[in-house]
Design a protein around this ligand. Structure first.
Ligand code: C2E
Ligand code: CA
Ligand code: CA
Length: 652
C-alpha cells in the first residue's frame, strides 16, 4: 500500500502521527535493523554497568549486614545477575543479526527486544519501589524506562502505549501500593509528580522523533533502491531485481520438485513501428506491452531485458496459452499494425541454472531458430542449440588465442579458366582448426564473429597469411597466383580497410594485381556509404573488386547500377542440382553472363561440381570456374604440390 498516493485528509495525518500504516517490507526491514542496532549498543552499555554494580558490591562491601555467605550474595544480587544475562543474550543475538547470521531467528527480533523491555521494566519498577519505600529517589525506574524506551523505538502509538502503561502504572504503584518500614502508605510529592510526568513526556517525544528520523532515512534509501531496481520506461523490475526475484521463486519451486520455465518475449518488427511512430510512439508500445505481460503473469517475476525484449519466469502449465493471449491482446490493441507480433524463446530452469542472465541468454538464443511463420511463435532451447551456443561462446572466448596460436588457417580453393582448364587463381577461405574441439565450420564462426562485431580480427589474420604466402612464392621465384579474399560488410565499419591493406602491401611488397577484394552482394544492399567509398578508393588504387554471391539477394541488379565491379561471381545456388535439362537455370545463368559482358565485367561460376556444368558454363561464356569438380579448399602446401606435380596446370 502506498500511503503517499492517498488523499491527505485529517484522518490521514492523524494516522500518520500515530504511525498507523503499513510500510513496504524494505522499510520495515531497515527500521527493524535500526532497532536491533539500538539494542546492541544499549545492552553493551547495560552489561558494563551491571558488571560494575556487581563489582562495586563485592569490592566495597556495600552489601547489607545480613549477607554473609556466597549463596546469600547471589540471592541478594539475583536481579543484577538476571539483567546481566539477559543483556548478554540480547547483545549476542543483536550482533549475530547485524552480521547476517541470525537468519532463522530474524523474525523474532521484535519479540526478543520486547521481552528484554519487560524484564528491564520489571527490574526498574521493583528496585525503584524498594528505594522509594526506604525514602530514596525513584531514579532507577526512570533510568530503566529510558533504557527500555530506547530499544523499543517502534511506531509512535506503541511508544505512547508503553510509556503510558509503565509510567502511569508505576506512578499508581507508588501512590497506592508502597509503604515505609512502619507500614505507612507513601505518596510522591506533587512537585516530583510533575517532574516525573515531564520526564515521561520528553522521553516519549524523543522516541517519536528518533522513529521519524529512522523512518525518513529508510524511506529515502528505499526510494533510491527502487530507482536502482526499476526499469525507467515501463516501471517494471529491471534485470537486477529480476535476478533477485527469480532466485527466491526458483528456490521455492525447486523445493517442491517443479521446474519453472523462462520465457523471453520479443516484439517482432518493433523497429518498423518505431520508424512509423517515432521513439515516443515506440515507448508507449513498450509500456503497454509491459502492462499486458504483467496482467497475464501477475504473480511471476517479470522484466524488460532491453529494448523490445521482455522476460518472465513461470511455472504455469498453460504458459503457451498465456503467451497466445498476450499476442491476441497486442493484436487487438494495434489492429492496423499487422506486422507486429510476439515471438517467444523459452528455457526450462534446471537445478544448476540459478543465474537468470544465463537462462535469458539461452531462451533468447532459441529465438534464432524460430521459423518465420505466424503459427509458430514459441520455441524451447534444446540440446542442439545448447551445443551450438556453447560452440559460439567458445568461438568468442577463444578468437584471440586462435589467432595468436595459429589455429586460424587459410585454405585455398582453385579457380580455373574455363577455356583451357588452367588455374587462374584461388580464393582464400578461413578455417579454424582447434586442438581442443577440432574442425570448426566457417558457416558457424563467421556469422558468430559478425554478430559480435569481431570479424575484422579474423579477417586481418587471414589477409596477413595470404600476404605471407604470396611473399614466400615470390621469394622462391615460383609462379604467383592471384588470390581473392573475402571481406565482410562489417570489416569496413570495424577497421580502416584501405589503410590496413596498404600497410600489408608495404610490409610484404606485393603487387596489387595479385589481390582481389570479394564483397557479397547483400553487404552492399544496406546503406553503407563508408564501404562504397573505401571500395572506390581500392578500385582507383588498382585492386580488382569482385561481387560475391551474385543473385542470392533481393536487389542484385541495383547493386550493379550503383557500383562498378571487375568481376561477378554467380551464386552457387544457380548450379545446385545442375542437370543438363534444367533449361530455366541455364537460361538464367546465360543471361547473367551476357549481362556481365555488357557491363564489361568478368564472370566466375561457383559451386561447379560436374563435368556437365563445366561444359555448359564454358559454352555460355563464363570466364572462370570454381568448385569441387576442380578441388575443395586446401592448405597452401597442398595447392603448391598440386601445381608442382602438374595436377593444376599454370598458363605459361
Ligand atoms: P563464399 O565466399 O561464397 O565461399 C564459397 C564457399 O563455397 C566455401 O565455403 C567453399 O568451400 C564452398 N564451395 C566451393 N566449391 C563448392 C562446390 O562445388 N560445392 C559446394 N557445395 N560448395 C562449394 P566455406 O569455405 O565453408 O565458406 C563459407 C562462407 O564463409 C564463404 O562463402 C564466405 O562467405 C565465408 N568466409 C570464408 N572465409 C572467410 C574469410 O576469411 N572472411 C570472411 N569475411 N568470410 C569468409
Ligand atoms: Ca567468396
Ligand atoms: Ca560465394
Amino acid at each position: 500500500m502506498n500511503e503517499s498516493k492517498d488523499k491527505k485528509t485529517v484522518w490521514y495525518w492523524f494516522r500518520r502521527a500515530l504511525g498507523v500504516y503499513s510500510n513496504p517490507p524494505y522499510v520495515e526491514n531497515q527500521l527493524r535493523e535500526a532497532d536491533v542496532r539500538g539494542a546492541l549498543f544499549l545492552t553493551g552499555v547495560v552489561t558494563i554497568v551491571e558488571i560494575w554494580m556487581l563489582l562495586r558490591y563485592v569490592k566495597n562491601w556495600v552489601l547489607p549486614g545480613e549477607v554473609e555467605t556466597l549463596g546469600e550474595f547471589f540471592h541478594y544480587t539475583k536481579d543484577y545477575w538476571l539483567l546481566l544475562i539477559a543483556s548478554l543474550l540480547l547483545f549476542t543475538y543483536s550482533s549475530l543479526y547485524l552480521r547476517g547470521k541470525a537468519s532463522r531467528l530474524k523474525e523474532f527480533s521484535g519479540a526478543f527486544i520486547f521481552l528484554y523491555y519487560l524484564f528491564a521494566m520489571y527490574f526498574g519498577i521493583t528496585t525503584a519501589q524498594h528505594d522509594f519505600s526506604r525514602g530514596r529517589m525513584i531514579i532507577c525506574f526512570l533510568t530503566f524506562l529510558m533504557y527500555a524506551t530506547i530499544i523499543c523505538i517502534w511506531r509512535p502509538y506503541t511508544s505512547i502505549l508503553l510509556v503510558c502503561a509503565f509510567g502511569f502504572g508505576f506512578l499508581w504503584l507508588l501512590n497506592n501500593r508502597t509503604f515505609d518500614k512502619a507500614g505507612n502508605a507513601l505518596h510522591l510529592s506533587e512537585g516530583d509528580t510533575i517532574n516525573y510526568i515531564t520526564f515521561m513526556l520528553v522521553l516519549f517525544i524523543l522516541s517519536i522523533s528518533v522513529y521519524y528520523q529512522r523512518y525518513r532515512d529508510a524511506s529515502k534509501s528505499w526510494k533510491l533502491e527502487q530507482i536502482a531496481v526499476t526499469d525507467d520506461l515501463t516501471g517494471m523490475p529491471n534485470i537486477r531485481k529480476f535476478e533477485e526475484e527469480t532466485k527466491e521463486y526458483l528456490y521455492e519451486r525447486f523445493s517442491v520438485g517443479e521446474h519453472p520455465i523462462y520465457l523471453v518475449l520479443d516484439i517482432a518488427n518493433f523497429q518498423t513501428y518505431n520508424d512509423r511512430f517515432g521513439y515516443s510512439g515506440g515507448d508507449q508500445l513498450l509500456i503497454h506491452m509491459g502492462k499486458i505481460l504483467r496482467s497475464v503473469f501477475p504473480d511471476e517475476p517479470v522484466v524488460r531485458v532491453s529494448g523490445d525484449n521482455f522476460a518472465v519466469l513461470t511455472n504455469a502449465e498453460d504458459y503457451k496459452e498465456r503467451v497466445a493471449n498476450i499476442r491476441r491482446q497486442l493484436k487487438t490493441a494495434y489492429p492496423t499494425e499487422t506486422y507486429l507480433n510476439i515471438k517467444v524463446g523459452s528455457y526450462r530452469a534446471k537445478g544448476n541454472t540459478k543465474n537468470a542472465r544465463h537462462a535469458i541468454d539461452r531462451a533468447h538464443h532459441a529465438l534464432k531458430y524460430l521459423h518465420n511463420s505466424d503459427n509458430e511463435f514459441i520455441i524451447e532451447y534444446d540440446e542442439k542449440m545448447r551445443k551450438d551456443h556453447k560452440l559460439k561462446e567458445y568461438v568468442l572466448n577463444n578468437l584471440e588465442k586462435a589467432v595468436n596460436e595459429g589455429y586460424i588457417k587459410v585454405y585455398y580453393q582453385p579457380v580455373m579458366w574455363s577455356e583451357d582448364g588452367t588455374i587462374a587463381g584461388c580464393e582464400a577461405l578461413a578455417r579454424w582448426i582447434d586442438p581442443e574441439i577440432g574442425f570448426l565450420s566457417p558457416g558457424l564462426f563467421i556469422p558468430t564473429l559478425e554478430d559480435a562485431r569481431q570479424i575484422h580480427k579474423l579477417d586481418l589474420c587471414i589477409y596477413e597469411s595470404v600476404f605471407k604466402n604470396i611473399r614466400e612464392c615470390m621469394d622462391q621465384g615460383l609462379q604467383i597466383l592471384p588470390v581473392s579474399m573475402n571481406f565482410s560488410r562489417l570489416d569496413f565499419e570495424l577497421m580502416d580497410v584501405v589503410k590496413e591493406l596498404k600497410s600489408l602491401m608495404d610490409k610484404y611488397q606485393i603487387p596489387k594485381e595479385y589481390l582481389h577484394v570479394e564483397v557479397t552482394e547483400s553487404a552492399l544492399t544496406s546503406d553503407v556509404s563508408g564501404m562504397k567509398k573505401a571500395l572506390k578508393e581500392l578500385s582507383d588504387d588498382g585492386f580488382e573488386i569482385w561481387l560475391d554471391d551474385f543473385g542470392s539477394g533481393y536487389s542484385s541488379f541495383n547493386v550493379l547500377k550503383d557500383f562498378r565491379f571487375d568481376l561477378l561471381k554467380i551464386d552457387m545456388e544457380f548450379l545446385r542440382n545442375f542437370s543438363k535439362d534444367n533449361e530455366n537455370a541455364k537460361k538464367i545463368i546465360s543471361t547473367i553472363i551476357d549481362l556481365a559482358e555488357k557491363l564489361h565485367m568478368g564472370t566466375v561460376a561457383e559451386g561447379v561440381e560436374t563435368l556437365d556444368a563445366v561444359d555448359f558454363l564454358r559454352e555460355a561464356g563464363c570466364g572462370r570456374l570454381q568448385g569441387y569438380y576442380y578441388g575443395k579448399p586446401m592448405p597452401f602446401e597442398e595447392l603448391r604440390s598440386k601445381i608442382d606435380n602438374g595436377e593444376y596446370r599454370v598458363r605459361s
